[in-house]
Write a new protein. Structure first.
Lengths: 351, 564, 313
């Protein structure tokens, strides 16, 4: 019956030609939720780009305020804060802090403190009207969380790109050539899937130290398997479709069939896979950085900010938590809704 | 006409679907029709005619969202309007008074329940039978629809039965509660001709025995001629003609109906050109063109000679074990230059594999294919590249054979570019425009994408793609099977014109015996990977030598004239 | 059936070999020379050489790999580098608490997520369905860390309804009744939304099948159609998905264990990664890999058992 409905006016009259991508774009624009999500993701990307180029929140490390100032819109909260500090005495926080000697970032912290002390003398006055308050060192939470947004997004975007690239390449060869190639790559795949993602991540993290590049590499090495499975299955399916056989009949080479004919036809799936991975990797990054296996000590990400939260909460400082949750859930919700919208809009069957 | 008792009548049925771009698509534009009691009514139409929408509207099974039924519409069954019945009333009616069978029996049955359970379910629901009584009755029903060993079959799961047997189970479910009306929506389209004949005979027999009405929905006029009492012809959501079968077939009033009857190739005669719908829409009357003579002589020049072709498939079982399946066994034939060799067979006969093997799209186990004195199957890729150009193929599914991400222009210029035809891009594009013109498409199609064309137009593009390489042999693998009859006639005429103009040799693979008879000079019949018989086209249809061919020919729907 | 299982077990050999190779490459090649970690601050050439001989690092790479394969086959990974206790003993003591937490979590999650998913699928397209779907998307967008941090702070620290953290080594029941409930609740809060969406997608997928149309054409009510025809089919992927997620039982809910001080495998793993305790990490990885393979096999066997279409070859 759906065939009946889709068989509408098919005459290629004067209407301008429309590629599948432009049709998908039209559908996405009609999907209100998806379109708004796209704008939100766009704004986040713009913010991240501004932060990377240093135009925004470049000054995040400066201690421009008294420590732990509450956000602008809850100025009277200060009283509650002091009582919170009293409560702290004697109670044990859930996170066991490392001793100073064991703390790998202790030296850097010292240096940073000295550095900061130098700046302090030059600072004229400290503001107490920050929209999202300040952290324990008096840095603007707003600038810090913007910086964290940029880091987390960058890790997510590069990790997802590399992961999709790896999964697509291996999946294309396995699915297209089949036989021995497939046997070998499937073995490779089964090895990686035998170890749960988080375990593999931690094992890599244990031996490779921390830092941005390492993190991106580790995340993509562990997350390529889902793309591999998808692309392999698609290539197996598409390989036997008639347009690919027709390409063979007119003399197109294997590589041409794989990457000129088949690949564009699964490109919409790759886009969806990319946005799924973006969300997944951002979440993984947050956990890894929280545990201290993520970005370097001089960088700030959502995860590393969350790492400060448990202790702050005990003292009643909740605004860093709020800031991270606000930014992270807005972006992740937008990307997730956009993913759903893309999946519907780009599906060539729903014409 | 004698007194008719009307079972179901549709008045001013208007159904529209909301489209995602905000527009509305009118699937039914206010139709009126009557289904008399104890009669078989055939609802015939091509795709997009609204015939399936009509049946779903009667059952009230149209999708809940995005579908609007005009409030003035009426579907009157035994005196009440089904469109105004409550869901509970409809449920009591469905499966008991009005039942339905569908095109795809495999997916229409629930895979995780036995067929006995699925028949018994209806009986327990509508007849309030106990479980054991319902099971007993289910076995009787399986017996009635002609399933061998019904006690054992009742405990089988759908996937353990063949397509024909699955459709018999669907029929058993449909007749379980002795319905007043059975709606059959393309029930034989997915089945082989021999199975189709059995199912049609079964339905006709059951209709007489139980005295129910049958609404038989199909795209194929040929199928309904033998057993429909009345025929309704639909097009674009409107009814073009309705009347007794005799009247519709012998004296059709509507031009479209006349065209539909005329444009289907028949086994009885072979006109020079098939009629197309436009022939009947002109004011001047349609004149039947003269017959075309077919056949070949022993001393005809040979374009392609195949000797002892064998193709095996490895079915992998587990990591190391393989099972060999012989898809094509020792097939030999000669294709005469400028003529057409038709290969017919049912599904699983290996006919398609022969075509693909000759294109080297399947690995060949043994055999030779001599083309200009060279065995093209023994060549390496580099040597074959030069010959590849000269043998081209047109596939069955016009929706799958064109890359959806390419413009028509790049679809047509890519083969030329790969084979160095045309000096530069501009020259190749000029050639492509000429090809489009040759297959009857406007030059502005160049910038368009495949999804912007209809099935017939896409098949023309696929043919143009083959022509771009100036081939000598064209393999047509079920190339017209997926098309509506009226479009099929146009494409068959085009293929004939191209053969006459360029002297192409065709290997025409099809399951449709009438189409093969129309286009072929020689015919080869295949069954289970083997050649059953090959001979001159006319003689094979006149005097088939083997039992299998006879059975196949006997299964062809005879249409009205033969039955009269 | 037996032949199938035997063949599948045989097919696990290359995979296990691959996992060992992966672990070996990660720890002996990417990780560099671990003797520096062991030597700590007493960095003299003699101690380094001693440690190298002891670990077999002076042998060639293939020999070292063979040594590692032997370790795996005997399930003897030597002593932990940080506590000097045998690794096997440590892991044996950690499995219990992990299973207690994640086992109960799995049961509770299935019992809540599955009914919600079915209900939502039943009302698909209606307001309830859209609201639940959006709520799930939003709930999934918040990091699991936030649920745990806030939950622990509010419910245990502020309200005092649950212990903040801890474990009872002596009484299983005591630990289960006293220390499990809060982590269980928070674990459920984290996993409910993704599970509901996941299970819903299975049910909705089945609702689009042709046999649903047949069921309606038979005159069955929506309820019977959903619970008899659709559910039976939708349960097939649910069962296999749940079975293949079982290895995570062994690993436990790492973050929950860490926050609540539960001495399980996940907590042990995090400690080991913190302290670069390679033998423990290796042992955990190999153990989990083996159990993943076994549970995947179990999932396949179960799949073939509940789906009549699949026949055992």
């Amino acid at each position: 019956m759906s065939a009946n409905i889709s068989m509408q006016q098919n005459s290629p009259a004067a209407a301008p030609p429309r590629s599948l991508w432009s049709l998908g774009w039209q559908r996405l624009k009609r999907d209100r939720v998806g379109y708004v999500s796209l704008w939100i993701v766009g704004v986040f990307a713009l913010v991240a780009a501004l932060v990377w180029t240093g135009l925004l929140a470049g000054n995040w490390n400066a201690e421009i305020s008294e420590p732990n100032t509450s956000p602008l819109w809850v100025a009277h909260e200060k009283v509650a804060v002091t009582s919170g500090e009293n409560e702290l005495d004697g109670s044990t926080g859930p996170i066991i802090r490392l001793a100073a000697a064991e703390d790998p970032i202790n030296q850097e912290m010292e240096a940073a403190r000295k550095n900061a002390a130098r700046y302090k003398t030059r600072e004229i006055e400290k503001t107490d009207s920050l929209i999202l308050g300040s952290d324990q060192r008096g840095r603007s939470v707003m600038q810090k969380v913007l910086q964290g947004t940029a880091t987390s997004m960058l890790v997510g975007i590069f990790g997802a790109l590399l992961s999709v690239l790896l999964g697509t390449l291996l999946g294309a060869f396995a699915g297209y050539f089949g036989r021995r190639t497939d046997d070998f790559l499937m073995w490779f795949y089964s090895v990686f899937t035998s170890v749960p993602d988080m375990l593999l991540l931690l094992a890599f993290a244990a031996v490779s130290g921390r830092g941005f590049t390492t993190l991106v590499l580790v995340l993509s090495f562990t997350s390529w398997t889902a793309t591999f499975r998808l692309v392999r299955a698609e290539f197996m399916k598409q390989r036997s479709r008639e347009y690919v056989q027709a390409a063979d009949a007119i003399g197109a080479s294997h590589l041409r069939r794989m990457f000129v004919h088949i690949l564009p036809n699964i490109s919409h799936l790759l886009l969806v896979q990319f946005s799924l991975l973006l969300v997944g990797l951002i979440k993984y990054e947050v956990i890894l950085s929280f545990l201290g296996f993520g970005v370097g000590v001089k960088q700030v990400s959502w995860g590393s900010i969350l790492g400060e939260v448990p202790n702050e909460l005990l003292q009643g400082y909740w605004w860093q938590l709020l800031a991270v949750v606000l930014f992270m859930s807005t972006l992740v919700t937008a990307v997730s809704l956009l993913t759903d919208a893309l999946r519907d809009a780009l599906d060539p069957k729903v014409k | 006409m004698s007194e008719r008792e009307i079972l179901l009548s549709i008045r001013q049925l208007r159904v529209a679907f909301r489209q995602e771009d905000g527009g509305r698509f009118e699937a039914l534009k206010g139709i009126d029709l009557d289904i008399p009691a104890h009669r078989t009514v055939a609802l015939v139409g091509e795709s997009g005619s609204g015939k399936s929408v009509t049946s779903m509207a009667i059952m009230r099974l149209l999708p809940q969202y995005g579908c609007e039924i005009d409030p003035a519409s009426q579907v009157l069954f035994a005196g009440r309007d089904l469109l105004k019945a409550t869901p509970a009333e409809m449920r009591a009616l469905r499966g008991r008074d009005i039942t339905m069978i569908f095109q795809e029996p495999m997916s229409s049955l629930n895979p995780v329940y036995t067929v006995g359970d699925q028949i018994a379910e209806t009986l327990m629901l509508h007849e309030a039978l106990s479980r054991s009584a319902a099971w007993q009755r289910a076995i009787e029903l399986l017996q009635e629809v002609g399933l061998p060993d019904p006690e054992k079959r009742a405990r089988a799961y759908p996937h353990q039965l063949s397509g024909g047997q699955q459709q018999r189970v669907m029929i058993a479910i449909a007749i379980a509660c002795k319905p007043k009306l059975l709606i059959a929506d393309e029930p034989t389209t997915a089945l082989d001709v021999t199975i189709q004949k059995q199912i049609l005979e079964l339905l006709a027999g059951l209709q007489k025995k139980h005295g129910m009405s049958v609404l038989f929905i199909t795209h194929d006029l040929g199928v309904v001629g033998e057993f429909a009492d009345e025929v309704i012809v639909m097009r674009h959501g409107e009814i073009r003609e309705q009347g007794s079968a005799q009247q519709v077939f012998e004296a059709p009033q509507d031009a479209y109906t006349r065209a539909l009857i005329a444009c289907r190739p028949s086994v009885a005669h072979r006109p020079e050109r098939l009629a197309v719908i436009e022939d009947f829409l002109r004011p001047e009357p349609y004149v039947q063109p003269p017959e075309r003579a077919r056949g070949y002589a022993q001393d005809d020049a040979v374009a392609l000679e195949v000797q002892g072709l064998c193709v095996n498939f490895d079915i992998r079982e587990g990591l190391f074990r393989k099972r060999k399946f012989e898809a094509v066994k020792n097939v030999s034939f000669k294709l005469a230059k400028g003529r057409t060799l038709g290969i017919v067979g049912e599904s699983g006969s290996g006919k398609t594999t022969v075509g693909l093997a000759l294109m080297r799209l399947r690995e060949v186990a043994a055999g030779k294919a001599l083309f200009h004195g060279q065995d093209i199957l023994a060549m390496n890729e580099r040597e074959f590249m030069d010959y590849k150009r000269r043998i081209q193929i047109v596939f069955q599914n016009p929706y799958a054979s064109l890359n959806p991400r390419f413009t028509v222009g790049s679809i047509l210029t890519e083969p030329m570019q790969l084979h160095g035809i045309g000096a530069n891009r501009a020259e190749r594009e000029q050639l492509a425009r000429e090809l489009l013109d040759r297959v009857g498409l406007p030059a502005r199609s160049m910038e368009k994408y495949a999804h912007e064309f209809s099935g017939g137009q896409r098949q023309r593009i696929a043919i143009a793609r083959c022509l771009s390489l100036k081939p000598e042999i064209l393999i047509c693998d079920e190339s017209v099977s997926a098309l509506d009859v009226s479009v099929q006639a146009q494409v068959l005429n085009l293929l004939q014109d191209l053969q006459d103009e360029f002297g192409l040799s065709y290997l025409f693979i099809s399951h449709d015996l009438a189409v093969v008879r129309h286009i072929s000079d020689q015919v080869m019949v295949m069954n289970k990977g083997e050649v059953v018989e090959q001979a001159d086209a006319d003689s094979i249809y006149r005097a088939p030598a083997s039992d299998y061919t006879r059975r196949l020919l006997a299964s062809i729907p005879q249409g009205w004239s033969a039955a009269a | 059936m037996l032949a199938y299982i035997l063949r599948r077990l045989w097919q696990m050999v290359p995979t296990l070999l691959g996992v060992m190779l992966l672990v070996f490459i990660v720890f002996n090649w990417v990780g560099g020379d671990p003797s520096y970690i062991l030597a700590g601050k007493r960095l003299s050439p003699e101690t380094l050489a001693n440690i190298r001989t002891h670990l077999g690092l002076d042998k060639s790479m293939p020999e070292q790999f063979l040594l590692f394969v032997q370790q795996v086959l005997h399930f003897d990974f030597g002593p932990s580098w940080s506590t000097q206790q045998p690794v096997g003993g440590i892991l044996a003591a950690r499995v219990g608490p992990s299973l207690m937490l994640t086992g109960s979590l799995l049961v509770v999650e299935l019992l809540t997520a599955l009914p919600i998913a079915i209900l939502v699928a039943y009302y698909r397209g209606k307001l309830v369905d859209r609201a639940v779907t959006i709520a799930c998307t939003v709930a999934m967008s918040i990091s699991s860390l936030v649920y745990i941090i806030v939950g622990q702070y509010v419910l245990a620290y502020k309200a005092g309804w649950f212990p903040v953290q801890g474990w009872d080594d002596d009484s299983i029941l005591g630990a289960w009744l006293f220390y499990i409930p809060l982590p269980l609740l928070l674990g459920l809060a984290v996993s409910l939304a993704p599970s509901v969406r996941f299970y819903r997608s299975f049910v909705v997928e089945e609702l689009n099948q042709d046999y649903v149309r047949t069921a309606r054409a038979k005159g069955l009510s929506e309820r019977v159609m959903l619970f008899k025809h659709v559910l039976r089919n939708a349960l097939i992927p649910v069962v296999t998905a749940v079975t293949s997620s079982l290895p995570f039982l062994v690993l436990g809910s790492m973050l929950l264990e860490r926050f609540f001080g539960i001495p399980g495998m996940g907590n042990e793993l995090l400690l080991a990664v913190d302290k670069s305790d390679f033998p423990v990490i290796k042992a955990i990885t190999i153990t989990i890999a083996i159990s993943t393979m076994v549970f995947n096999l179990l999932a396949d066997v179960l799949y073939k058992w509940i789906d009549p279409r699949v026949e055992l070859k």
